[in-house]
Design a binder for this molecule. Structure first.
Ligand SMILES: Cc1ncc(COP(=O)(O)O)c(C=O)c1O
Length: 303
């Protein structure tokens, strides 16, 4: 990650090194924040933000879940994100974050002041070039995805990500690129920061939202793109055995984009090489986000 010059903080731009909060900030101690991860792409008509409207809506939805009082409208948040990209120029990833910044000891979040920041960086390839080009290796994490009754799994709430961090660390300790988490029912939920798809007998399957997943914006884009290309896409329950015996597996996420999976728990997926359908979808997605297919222009917001 490469840092940038300015961070948007409560309506003003401050220097990167001055974007600070107190050590007793409620969010730092209890995870009371909501964030987004948004990609920015170079297109022939300049920089474009991918599915900004959906990201702003999901951020506002997360604030609703957490009962945060946001002092900004949808339009103001939308414009502030675009302005942050404009000010910092060479960025490919934006991270808005709404969190309880008030200095508080005690869990009660009611009345604790809220802060809103927008950071932009140059992230590059999230899982590394090797994983993106040759396929990623996964482990099944011993940590379960927090289920819908125990945590707001469907919102990007900071505190919920401690499980994703543990799963990611477990993957790294075991020499893998990523971890897939099962849910409380023992079905496949998703990876630490990506949704998961499998291909079986020509059809695509992905875990449905009730499986304690974050309903990814990339996931939803790939469902639409795959259906437009003529594939059946089924949102359902997926078992660990379905994963091992799939013809192809791939992950989707704003940071990871579309990354094929070639190994899970030491078992090769298909013939152990990136699959044809995953490749076709990854290539189409790369075209769409760079404004090369007018059909999906509606998903791009120009800077
Ligand atoms: C837990 C989790 N699942 C899935 C995703 C993929 O979602 P999106 O495609 O909206 O980035 C993310 C990333 O935001 C995530 O953090």
């Amino acid at each position: 990650m490469e840092k940038t010059e300015k961070i948007w903080m409560d309506g003003k731009f401050v220097d990167w090194d001055d974007a600070k909060v107190h050590v007793l900030a409620h969010a730092l101690n209890y995870g009371t924040g909501v964030f987004e991860g948004i990609r920015v792409y170079e297109t022939s008509k300049g920089l474009a933000v991918f599915r900004l409207k959906d990201h702003v809506k999901r951020l506002m939805g997360g604030c609703k879940v957490m009962c945060f009082k946001l002092d900004y409208t949808y339009e103001e948040i939308f414009d502030a994100i675009k302005e942050t990209v404009r000010v910092n120029r060479k960025v490919d990833y934006v991270k808005p974050c709404v969190f309880l910044c008030g200095e508080a000891v005690g869990l009660n979040p009611i009345g604790v002041p809220v802060k809103f920041t927008i950071t932009s960086v140059h992230l590059g390839s999230y899982l590394g070039k090797d994983a993106q080009e040759k396929g990623a290796s996964l482990i099944t994490s011993s940590w379960f995805r927090p289920w819908n009754l125990a945590a707001p799994a469907g919102a990007k709430v900071n505190g919920v990500y401690v499980t994703s961090c543990l799963a990611k660390m477990e993957a790294k300790h075991r020499g893998a690129d990523e971890a897939v988490m099962l849910n409380a029912q023992g079905n496949v939920a998703e990876c630490s920061g990506e949704n998961i798809f499998i291909l079986k007998r020509g059809k695509l399957y992905t875990s449905q939202p009730s499986e304690s997943i974050l309903e990814g914006i990339t996931r939803n884009s790939i469902i639409d793109i795959a259906r437009d290309l003529g594939y059946d896409v089924i949102e359902t329950n997926i078992s660990r055995i379905d994963l091992y015996t799939a013809d192809e597996v791939f992950m989707t996420g704003t940071a990871a984009e579309v990354t094929q999976v070639t190994k899970i728990d030491e078992r090769p997926i298909g013939d152990g090489k990136p699959g044809k359908v995953g490749k076709q979808l990854a290539e189409k997605f790369a075209e769409v986000v760079r404004g090369k297919d007018p059909k999906y222009e509606k998903w791009l917001d120009r800077i």
